[in-house]
Ligand binder design. Structure first.
Ligand code: TRP
Length: 331
């Protein structure tokens, strides 16, 4: 990017779920590691959002944050280029959340699809406000772009709406953030549903090569292809989806032989196994290295937090001043 063009800012967030999996890697992290070269990047580990799902069993949170930070670094996020930090270490997130909560009605929030899906189980005030907190995350850094999956579309729309509302009611203060959708299709897990840790259908980055092979063997494939010789439909197969990411030229190397039946599912999985493990090896090696020096990882988070707090407080001074709730004399 040329020097004269002012760099734009990206804010991205992920809930601390512990060590990450292939779905997180391809759905988000790879994209982030590319973006860090062209934007000011803020990568926020959103522990406050995680509290909305479970506010009682908080002891494991610290390790989940740590493991996720390790995977961010193993996958190639560079702390020189991008501030990796913990949301709760920047109290301005909570402050802007509260101010934004004045600008939105309860029915707008109860209509959000993410709330509708979980309201039987999660009916706290905190969970209702989840998208408001997310809007605060984004606007606090005056982000131009927010890399997310399609499932987050409404949340980004709400952040934009809140920024707009604030600008109209008080004074132009925020940019209106835009979603940056990932182009990779949704990575599916062993049961053909979205790959996720909670469904235990995932391929963790910290699996050994043997564990990876075992997990791949258990994967769902086209049910019409029972044995080698049966013709299969690669477009209905989560293994083929992974070939598209990890195998060169799968349209010619895999798909035709699957369709004729010449390639059996086990052989197809073993081809993927080789390519997948090759691709994950450098990440896994880096992970092992990082685990030898835990204090380095905590230092990265502390430094990232420091940078984030500075930027956030700078923004909050503007926010308080726009709202005329800034009472102290400037020094
Ligand atoms: N809601 C997001 C998700 O579930 C996580 C998130 C929280 C986030 N704050 C954010 C994503 C800010 C992008 C920007 O994936």
């Amino acid at each position: 990017m040329s020097e004269v063009i002012k760099k734009q800012t990206i804010l991205s967030g992920m809930q601390p779920t512990g060590s990450l999996h292939v779905g997180n890697l391809e759905g988000a992290l790879r994209n982030w590691t590319n973006l860090q070269n062209d934007y000011w990047m803020y990568c926020c580990i959103v522990d406050l959002h995680a509290l909305t799902a479970d506010f009682k069993n908080t002891k494991p949170m610290k390790d989940k944050i740590f493991q996720m930070a390790v995977d961010f670094l193993s996958a190639g996020l560079d702390p020189e280029k991008c501030a990796i930090f913990i949301q709760s270490e920047v109290p301005q997130h909570a402050e802007l959340h509260l101010l934004f909560s004045m600008l939105i009605t309860v029915p707008t929030l109860t209509r959000m699809p993410t709330y509708q899906e979980k309201k039987e189980k999660l009916d706290s005030y905190g969970f209702l406000g989840y998208p408001v907190l997310q809007a605060a995350d984004i606007c606090l850094y005056n982000a131009d772009k927010v890399p997310v999956g399609k499932d987050q579309e409404k949340h980004i729309w709400l952040a934009k709406d809140l920024a707009q509302r604030f600008n109209t009611i008080y004074k132009k203060t925020f940019k209106e953030p835009e979603a940056l959708f990932t182009t990779i299709p949704l990575i599916l897990g062993s049961d053909n549903r979205k790959m996720s840790k909670s469904l235990d259908n995932h391929i963790p980055l910290d699996f050994t090569e043997k564990q990876t092979e075992k997990r791949l063997r258990s994967f769902y494939t086209d049910p019409n292809k029972q044995r080698k010789g049966d013709p299969g439909n690669p477009e209905k197969c989560p293994i083929y989806l992974l070939h598209k990411v990890y195998t060169d030229n799968p349209e010619n190397e895999i798909a035709p032989e699957c369709k004729t039946g010449a390639l059996g599912c086990v052989d197809c999985k073993m081809k993927l196994n080789v390519n997948l493990n090759d691709a994950l090896r450098p990440i896994r090696d880096k992970r092992v290295e990082l685990l030898k020096d835990e204090s380095y990882v905590w230092d990265v988070l502390a430094t990232g937090g420091e940078r984030a707090r500075q930027r956030a407080e700078n923004m909050m001074e503007k926010v308080r001043s726009s709202m005329k709730i800034s009472y102290r004399k400037k020094k």
